[in-house]
Design a protein around this ligand. Structure first.
Ligand SMILES: [Ca+2]
Length: 155
């Protein structure tokens, strides 16, 4: 198998097809073999508005969990997967009740990489306990009871 430099992935907004974009000119897309798809198509956008907890349950039943973002590479993959939904979509981040620290839904613990927007997290009215991808591809804390589209991490 030949590996080309990968320039993009999963730009199909629904992520219903696993595509890898390997050349700039001419625009060339290849349907990826399964192994590559698992690596490059890390997230799947669910285009239905649910609360954060409903979204978490959905992802746990159908996929793995709500999306975890561990570094800038993940962030870029998530932005590509979200497409036009990049603002506003849940991410799998919530303040732990006991500690008040931001914890990943998938059980990987405290978020060491974060990409909060200017002035965020601002915990408006003490009621913002969940995180979304917001404007400028940065994160915002907001009420967990709002309804948004969301990305699941694929198995
Ligand atoms: Ca906020």
């Amino acid at each position: 198998m030949i590996f080309f430099p990968v320039l993009g992935y999963c730009l199909d907004a629904s992520c219903s097809r696993d595509l890898i974009f390997i050349r700039d000119e001419p625009k060339t897309w290849f349907e990826s073999p399964d192994l590559l798809a698992q690596y490059y198509c890390r997230y799947r956008l669910i285009n239905g508005a649910l609360t954060w907890y409903e979204a978490q349950t959905f992802c746990r039943v159908k996929y793995t969990d709500l999306a975890t973002v561990n570094n800038m590479d993940d962030e870029n993959k998530l932005v590509a997967t979200l497409g036009s939904h990049v603002a506003h979509a849940w991410i799998g981040l919530r303040k732990g009740g006991g500690t008040g620290r931001w914890m990943w839904s998938d059980g990987s613990g405290i978020a060491h990489f974060t990409n909060w927007g200017d002035g965020e997290p601002n915990n408006v009215e003490g009621n913002e306990w969940c995180a979304e991808m917001s404007e400028k591809e940065t994160w915002n804390d907001l009420s967990c009871g709002e309804t948004k589209v969301f990305p699941c991490s694929k198995p």
